[in-house]
Design a protein around this ligand. Structure first.
Ligand code: DC
Length: 219
């Protein structure tokens, strides 16, 4: 059976990372959460490691992944920052800095490097269109904004934040708008992507569907 590249794109809070992680585990592939890379970059900006307006990137800025017992953690200059990047603030900053070509080129080059050996599941917004346009399997996940806001709302509450549903929904809509309307690599469905709307699917149903599609693609 061949080892392939699986590109998973879609709107924010569509459950991309859960699916990508589970598929990578099932296939014994490496999982790469590219959103975490944009978030770690946003944290670098917040910490003043990258100066604004962003016109250059320090040569020693490093964004890497570390395998831990609790899954893969993103590191900024060697520090595990996984616990600091999943907030609304960093999410919004990541969405803003991800519109900058220089930032995208910096992160895309690293992502392409990670896929050289294949056997990878990568999720993001531009994986099937820009990072790996030649990926053997491209999935595009989608769900209604209300359902995604509800999922995000529960996730934030679980983390001890006290979000307002209307605010989370507004945030989901704003992010969708920015992600699809930016000039640099806007979120688009690759023409050869398989679209999965998971609004009405349970996690198990979705996973079963995706594993079947994956198995057809590695023959
Ligand atoms: O998937 P996420 O919410 O963790 O991503 C955070 C932000 O990063 C999101 O608003 C869009 C951006 N992003 C991107 O532009 N390209 C990617 N490949 C991944 C994320």
């Amino acid at each position: 059976m061949k080892r392939i590249i699986v590109a998973i794109d879609g709107f924010s809070s569509c459950g991309k990372s859960t699916i990508a992680k589970q598929l990578a585990e099932y296939a014994h592939y490496t999982y790469v959460d590219t959103g975490a890379m944009y978030r770690a970059f946003a944290l670098a900006v917040k910490r003043g490691l990258v100066k604004e307006p962003i016109e250059s990137i320090p040569a020693d800025l490093s964004i890497t992944f570390l395998k831990t017992d609790h899954g893969q953690h993103v590191c900024l200059n060697g520090e595990d920052v996984e616990g600091l990047i999943r907030t609304l603030e960093i999410g919004n900053m990541a969405s803003e800095i991800s519109t900058i070509g220089l930032v995208r080129r910096f992160l895309v080059a690293q992502q392409q490097q990670m896929g050289q050996e294949k056997g990878i599941v990568m999720d993001g917004r531009d994986i099937g269109t820009v990072v790996f346009p030649e990926a053997e399997l491209k999935l595009f996940l989608t769900a209604s904004p209300e359902i995604r806001a509800q999922r995000r709302f529960l996730e934030l509450k679980d983390k001890g934040e006290e979000p307002l549903f209307e605010e989370v929904l507004r945030d989901v809509n704003d992010r969708d708008y920015r992600d699809t309307h930016r000039q640099e690599s806007p979120l688009r469905q690759a023409p050869d992507a398989i679209v999965i709307d998971n609004s009405e699917l349970s996690k198990e149903e979705q996973m079963e569907k995706i594993i079947n599609i994956f198995l057809q693609h590695i023959q």
